[in-house]
Design a protein around this ligand. Structure first.
Ligand code: SF4
Length: 357
């Protein structure tokens, strides 16, 4: 099937795309935001930034990025870091599998590439946690390799330029957008990819907010001409998140709270958490659960309910503070305020409950 048929656009619009590279780069040279990872874009720095920026806003990443790079300045440092230290550096960023994959990839880079990220799109793609977008971003920005890096911003900009009503959640359509971008890649592929993403992040904004009057591509944009930019891109409606009721127990002995490790696989794998039970349970069940662990509840006090959104799941949490005398729990730790601020990383999902300690 021809590209124009997949993208529901016309050939002349597609053939016009490469001519947009130059005005886009001119605009980027004058308007690029100053971001920590754009200074000294070594392969390692670009890689860490791209992983942090997955599903996380630029403003939220800035503080984490500098701290992470200061603690782990090289691939070898990352490969050797203790899991608890790594998770602590990541605490609050969410999607912790990204941090684990970073470490696994660093170990692989050390073992297979002498500690240097490979200057090859396919070799980057073979590393844990690196998909097509990230491989394209690192290859083009850090190594100048002419490959596209197509994220949600780019789908939006290109679908508007082409006035494409193709569904950008369909894999064949996504692949077609990648192919459409390839002829646009000029001599500065890294800057070009960043320019396209920057335009999507700061000018060609989602929903009803594109700032077409300041867009360097407005005279070439089919959707702007037709007045339908706000309708694009087309995305299938996402499935609603699965709702899970949980009951969180802050089991407290003196100044310390009981933390248990989550399972090594799945959501928030291997992280510490307070006692976390399935369902919305009454106070009697809280005391019974503590008895099962080997403790004796002296008092059970309800906490304010809290919630947390994961990608596919929503937790609705009932909570209790359970006072008891200290007792030994296999695999558990009693954490004081210093531990919570230090070595025991608690996922942000529990922040609403832990704040009531
Ligand atoms: Fe986006 Fe408007 Fe620019 Fe078209 S003219 S690319 S819709 S900001």
């Amino acid at each position: 099937m021809e590209l124009e048929d997949i993208l529901l656009t016309n050939r002349s619009a597609l053939e016009g795309l490469p001519r947009l590279a130059e005005p886009l780069l001119d605009w980027y040279d004058r308007n690029a935001r100053t971001l920590p990872w754009r200074e000294n874009p070594t392969p390692y720095r670009v890689w860490v930034s791209e992983i942090m920026l997955q599903q996380t806003r630029v403003e939220a990443v800035k503080g984490y990025y500098d701290r992470f790079l200061a603690a782990l300045p090289t691939v070898a440092d990352l490969a050797a870091v203790e899991d608890d230290v790594l998770l602590k550096l990541w605490e609050g960023l969410g999607y912790y599998s990204r941090a684990r994959n970073l470490k696994r990839a660093a170990m692989q880079v050390l073992a297979e590439h002498g500690g240097k990220l490979p200057a090859s799109y396919t070799a980057l793609l073979a590393l844990p946690g690196i998909g097509e977008y990230t491989a394209g971003a690192v290859a083009s920005i850090a190594f100048g390799i002419p490959v596209p890096a197509v994220d949600g911003n780019v789908y939006r900009v290109i679908s508007r330029l082409l006035m494409s009503y193709a569904d950008t959640s369909v894999p064949t359509v996504k692949a077609a957008f990648r192919r459409a971008v390839i002829p646009m890649l000029p001599n500065r592929p890294g800057d070009f990819n960043q320019a396209l993403m920057e335009l999507g992040a700061t000018v060609c904004l989602p929903n009803a907010a594109p700032k077409c009057m300041v867009c360097p591509l407005r005279f070439h944009c089919a959707a702007h001409r037709a007045g339908c930019a706000e309708e694009l891109p087309v995305k299938a409606i996402k499935k609603p998140r699965r709702i899970e009721e949980r009951t969180i127990l802050l089991v407290v002995a003196g100044e310390k709270v009981l933390l248990l490790r989550r399972e090594a696989k799945g959501l928030l794998a291997g992280m510490y958490q307070p006692v976390n039970l399935e369902g919305a349970l009454p106070p009697e069940s809280a005391a019974e659960a503590v008895a099962t662990l080997g403790g004796n509840a002296l008092s059970v006090t309800p906490l304010r309910p809290a919630g947390h959104l994961f990608t596919h799941v929503e937790w609705r949490m009932t909570g209790y503070r359970v006072e008891c005398a200290p007792f030994a729990v296999e695999g558990g730790v009693w954490a004081g305020a210093d531990d919570l601020a230090g070595e025991h990383a608690i996922p942000s999902a529990f922040r609403g409950m832990m704040a009531q300690l």
